[in-house]
Design a protein around this ligand. Structure first.
Ligand code: BGC
Length: 429
């Protein structure tokens, strides 16, 4: 007969075995933290050059042992992607990370749906790696909730080198030279300016014209401080007139055209020039075109000493799975790593946002962009792109898009009327 104490002893040993077994399961579970986390990433990089860049991101995340779940929403400038994101967040099912920029990061922070990645940022010293104008955009209430990947310059003019040669012209640095060259190109049967009739492309072109016509101090007063008198004043009217003058040099088929199709027109020589940020360079690169030889990158006329920046970043959303949280940290850490910063930006057309990188593998356009960024920063002529979500609220940006788009398309509207509308649009809540 078993004594009470034997039974108790046996129970104790069974309990110990059970505990050991439970611990084993827990250890196994802990080991599972290393099992692939499925990281769903919303982005809008779907053109040739963009897709190659997104592929770099996917590959490098998978090298870390995670799985990439692609949530790509086509549409340049990201308008469609933001609509898709809202639907998912409202349904309580956000992706792990989404390509969001500028003040919109604060708005998502206010909604309480973003998660801090400050532990990754602190352990990797992001404050020292990222320029302070940019790191402040990535933080919500002092904590990093987003990670930047690049710096795109927006105030570029892309030019087909052969087209320029055909009309014996140099890359224009003034508006007078620009329109003279445009006249010559038109006479030679080449569409002088390629553009896609989408409101963000019209807005971006206007943004570059306004910087070139008015300069950085004017730009900041109008589009950063939203100063009413500057928004409807004489310099704005001149900028709007110059912008509208470009329309005579664009083609009839622009309605709804995607930006990369317009870049394709410059690549093939059907058109000579395009105002576009340096994601356009990604398209030239995919087409094996060489800067300085097949095409030229020059700042928009009059904007030589200034730099309009547009920084892509990924914000991280609160998720319910510990595995996905681990994947989010892997992704955050990857985004700022030197290797990713180099390969990604070589494909994307932008320059690394991580400071102190070796740029020897980058081309002359990127080197110029990096040098101009530094000099603009020290001269106070570094300005945020309002057309690319960097400064005004999404509501004001949308209202500006409407004003510029209507003015571009409605030939009966005067520049002063459009300027007055800009001033009203700046007050949109
Ligand atoms: C983004 C770029 C993108 C471009 C065209 C910009 O707003 O910052 O990354 O390539 O739109 O879609």
């Amino acid at each position: 007969m078993r004594t009470q104490s034997t039974i108790l002893a046996k129970r104790a040993s069974q309990t110990a075995r059970f505990t050991a077994c439970a611990l084993g399961v827990a250890a196994l579970f802990a080991a599972n933290v290393a099992r692939p986390a499925e990281v769903e990433v919303l982005h809008y990089w779907t053109s040739g050059g963009e897709a190659k860049s997104a592929q770099v991101l996917k590959q490098m995340l998978e090298e870390k042992g995670d799985t990439w779940k692609d949530f790509a929403v086509a549409g340049g400038g990201g308008g469609n992607a933001m609509t898709a994101l809202k639907t998912r967040v409202i349904a309580g099912n956000p992706p792990a990370a989404a390509q969001i920029k500028g003040p919109a990061i604060q708005e998502w922070g206010d909604e309480g749906v973003l998660v801090s990645i400050d532990d990754v940022a602190k352990s990797e010293g992001w404050d020292k790696l990222i320029p302070s104008q940019i790191s402040s955009i990535m933080k919500y209430k002092g904590q990093y909730v987003a990670a930047p990947v690049n710096v795109h310059r927006v105030n570029w003019l892309w030019i087909n080198a052969d087209a320029l040669k055909k009309v014996n012209a140099q890359a224009p640095t003034t508006w007078d030279a620009f329109f003279k060259t445009a006249d010559a190109l038109q006479k030679a049967g080449i569409t002088p300016v390629a553009i896609g009739g989408q409101s963000w492309q019209e807005a971006e072109t206007f943004e570059t014209v306004a910087l070139g016509v008015g300069g950085a101090a004017f730009y900041k007063k109008a589009f950063v401080q939203l100063d009413q008198a500057t928004l409807k004043g004489p310099t704005m009217v001149k900028a709007l007139e110059t912008f509208k003058k470009i329309k005579a040099y664009t083609d009839k088929g622009q309605t709804g055209r995607d930006w990369n199709m317009a870049t394709g027109m410059v690549i093939s020589g059907k058109a000579a020039m395009q105002f576009m940020g340096d994601w356009a360079k990604g398209e030239f690169t995919v087409a094996n075109k060489v800067p300085g030889q097949d095409y030229l990158c020059v700042p928009g006329p009059g904007s030589q000493g200034s730099y309009t920046f547009n920084v892509d970043s990924f914000a991280f959303f609160k998720v319910k799975s510990a595995d996905v949280e681990k994947g989010q940290k892997d992704l955050a850490s990857l985004l700022l790593s030197p290797k990713f910063q180099e390969i990604f930006n070589l494909n994307k057309g932008s320059i690394p946002v991580r400071q102190g990188m070796d740029l020897s593998k980058f081309d002359d356009c990127a080197k110029k962009s990096a040098a101009d960024f530094t000099s603009a920063q020290s001269k106070g002529t570094l300005v945020p792109s309002w057309a690319h979500d960097m400064v005004v609220s999404p509501a004001v940006e949308g209202a500006f898009y409407d004003v510029i788009g209507n003015y571009w398309n409605d030939d009966s509207e005067t520049a002063q009327q459009a300027a007055d509308k800009l001033a009203v649009a700046a007050k949109t809540q």
